[in-house]
Each structure stands twice: as C-alpha cells, then as structure tokens.
Design a protein around this ligand. Structure first.
Ligand code: C2E
Ligand code: MG
Ligand code: MG
Ligand code: MG
Length: 283
C-alpha cells in the first residue's frame, strides 16, 4: 500500500513538473518571437526626493503583454531569458531604449535600468552602454544601473573589471533589493556604490514590525556614514512614507507615489510634479 501511495505521489509530482516544464517551454518560444518582433515594452516608475517630492530618478521595468497569454511578469520571463541566452539581447535593448527615452526628460531626472548578472558575461555589456550613451546623447551621470547582490557573489574578475569600466564612464551603480540575499557588508567596502535600494520586504511592515524599522534605520545610517544615497522601494502608505522621511531616507519609490507607467504618462507625471514642487518652493 505504501508503495502504491508512493507511486501515486510520484505521478502527481511528475504531472505538475510536466506542467511547469511545458509553461517554461511555451514562454521560451513565445519570448523568442517577442524579442524578434520587438513586442516587449517598458514601463517607468518614479523615485522622488523624500523632502520636496521632486522626481530624481525613474526606473525602467520590462513589460510583456502577450496576445493570448496576457501580461507575463518579468519575474517569470527574465529568469527564463537568462537561462536560454536571450538576456544579453533583451538587456541591450532595455539600456538603449532607456537612454533614448530619458534623453527627452528634464536634465535633473536620471534613469535607472535593471541589470541581470548574466549580462556581465563578456565585453558586450560595456559596449552596449557606451553605444547607448553616445547615440542618445544622455550624460552618463544620468544613467544608473541597478545590480543585485547575486552578481557580487560571482568571484569572476570580469564582474569587477566590467563594473570598474562602467563606473569610469561616469555611470552610477545602485545595489537593488538591499537586505535580502546575502548582504555581506564586505561588498560595500569592495565596490563603491552610488545608491542602496532597501528591499520592499522591509518597507511593507515597517509600520508594524520594530525589527524591520530597526534594520531600515541601521541601513540608512550606514549609507549616510559611507556617503551612499539611500532609496526605499515599495512605499505604499502615508505611514511608511512618513517613517522613511523621518529616518532620513533620501529617495522613495512605490505605488503611493506612482505606479510603473508608460512613457507618455510618465511625461505628464514629470510635468505635474515639477509644477507642484515649484509652487511649494514659492510658498
Ligand atoms: P525590482 O527591480 O526590485 O523592481 C521592483 C518591483 O516592485 C517591480 O516589479 C515594481 O513594479 C514593483 N513595485 C514597485 N512599487 C511597488 C509597490 O509599492 N508595491 C509593490 N507590491 N510592488 C511595487 P516588476 O515590474 O514586476 O519587476 C520585477 C522584477 O523583474 C524587478 O524587481 C527586476 O528584478 C526584474 N526586472 C524588471 N525589468 C527588468 C529589466 O529590464 N531587466 C532585468 N534584468 N530585470 C528586470
Ligand atoms: Mg530594480
Ligand atoms: Mg528592487
Ligand atoms: Mg525588489
């Protein structure tokens, strides 16, 4: 009987694995088509100054709206793109598109682009950044690249030399999802980051969880002492906004301030925010 049960469980497991594998294959095939047809798009989400509400930076976030499968999350398709070798091409497109779009924004607004560790495999990344900056005319200081700690886990010297070369262009580097992953503080000594983005998991319960508040407070103090600017992602409530403002977190991002939006909506957002903060300044 135990044997029969075991077999059933195995079959069940096997079937669900099969469904996951089929979904993966489907996504892979459809993603190849989407990349070839250039049907991926980007949304843009603002990061504002916690003091005066001015937009300091805008993060680009990939979107894929499939004709029959509907919206597919980057959290699902980016890992697949990484595994099947599509990420270099997608990543280069995102960098170019981001620089081109940001070149039309006010010069006080930077663009932040997410990078996958897999893009650090060769010399392609540096070349695509340099080309995008040159062709768009965007000043390098207005480009910020978001990397995650998983990149720094690689002991690869290529990672180190690529980061150094990119920084030498004058491009800024931000450490995304800070506090998750391995959070080895030695990374902060090894690399000069321009910004730490505190992960939204710490922000979501900052009002109710004293430990989260203590951790966020410590990260902010650390950033201040190291001369690294601090951003918080996933700000959804006024309460969270107030706490982060009081703790001295300089940049805030989240649904409360603005959701990821298409480029034309972002342009109106930038215009209305600039008007609002100049009214505040006059008052
Ligand atoms: P991330 O870079 O940490 O981006 C933050 C995610 O949180 C985004 O999800 C964003 O839409 C979402 N978010 C922003 N504000 C809030 C909020 O107030 N509440 C909540 N609950 N969520 C919020 P999204 O767009 O689904 O992207 C997921 C992840 O996919 C990103 O995490 C990033 O790691 C990756 N990704 C997105 N675009 C790209 C890209 O162009 N290249 C690479 N390599 N990865 C990308
Ligand atoms: Mg990010
Ligand atoms: Mg993030
Ligand atoms: Mg995150």
């Amino acid at each position: 009987r135990a044997k029969a049960e075991g077999r059933n469980r195995f079959q069940f497991f096997d079937r669900s694995l099969d469904a996951a594998a089929r979904r993966r294959n489907l996504i892979e095939q459809e993603l190849r088509t989407a990349v070839a047809n250039e049907s991926l798009t980007m949304n843009f989400q603002p990061l504002v100054d916690s003091g005066d509400g001015q937009v300091l930076c805008v993060e680009s976030l990939l979107r894929w709206n499939h004709a029959t499968l509907g919206a597919i999350s980057p959290a699902e398709f980016i890992p697949i793109a990484e595994d099947v070798g599509l990420i270099e091409q997608i990543g280069a497109w995102v960098i170019r598109q981001g620089c081109m779009t940001a070149a039309a924004w006010p010069e006080t607004v930077r663009i932040a682009v997410n990078l996958s560790p897999r893009q650090f495999g060769g010399t392609g990344l540096y070349a695509s950044i340099a080309a995008a900056l040159r062709d768009s005319g965007l000043p390098p200081s207005r480009l910020e690249l978001e990397v995650t700690e998983s990149l720094l886990l690689k002991t690869d010297t290529l990672v180190e030399s690529t980061l150094t070369a990119i920084k030498a262009l004058g491009v800024r580097i931000a450490l995304d999802d800070f506090g998750t992953g391995y959070s080895s503080l030695s990374y902060l000594r090894k690399y000069r980051f321009d910004k730490l983005k505190i992960d939204q998991s710490f922000i979501s319960d900052i009002e109710s969880n004293r430990d989260s508040r203590a951790i966020v407070s410590a990260i902010i103090a650390l950033g201040r002492d190291l001369g690294i600017s601090l951003a918080a992602e996933g700000v959804e409530t006024e309460g969270q906004y107030k706490i982060l403002q009081t703790l001295g977190c300089s940049e805030l991002q989240g649904y409360l301030i603005g959701r990821p939006m298409p480029s034309d909506e972002l342009s109106s957002f930038l215009t209305s925010r600039a008007a609002a903060s100049s009214v505040r300044q006059r008052a």
